[in-house]
Design a protein around this ligand. Structure first.
Ligand code: 5GP
Length: 116
């Protein structure tokens, strides 16, 4: 599987498509999911060009995970969610639909079921 430089997230990272950006630094962008699975669903997108976890450089993973944790805490604080689901899919059979590495932070609320 190869990386398509024209995938939707690559275009957002290049500023060619709009997004609801909540944070950006030299290594990653954080935005709200356009089809949220729950209130406050955010995506952490490393800027490095990898398709998913299977081809990602380990140095990218080690630099982005502290940001994933910070965003999880921020999302929990802002939404007052009862829990936070971290999700990440690799290839279409596993549920991946946008083929640029990203991490979902999905707030969970007592009594409201999240999708599988
Ligand atoms: P995946 O299934 O690949 O892990 O998730 C891709 C996610 O990207 C989905 O939750 C989908 O709603 C979100 N998404 C797809 N296109 C866009 C877009 O143009 N903007 C934003 N903000 N999210 C998108």
């Amino acid at each position: 599987m190869t990386y398509d430089p024209n995938n939707i997230f690559a275009k957002i990272l290049k500023g060619e498509l709009p997004c609801h950006k909540v944070y950006e630094d030299e290594t990653a962008l954080v935005m709200m999911d356009i089809f949220p699975q729950s209130k406050g669903h955010a995506l952490v997108i490393p800027k490095a060009s990898s398709r998913n976890l299977l081809d990602a450089d380990p140095s990218v993973l080690s630099s982005v995970m502290p940001l994933v944790q910070s965003v999880a805490k921020a999302v929990q604080s802002v939404t007052k969610a009862d829990g936070i689901r971290l999700a990440q899919f690799n290839e279409a059979p596993a549920g991946q639909t946008v083929f640029h590495l990203h991490f979902h932070l999905i707030p969970a609320y007592e009594g409201i079921a999240l999708g599988a």
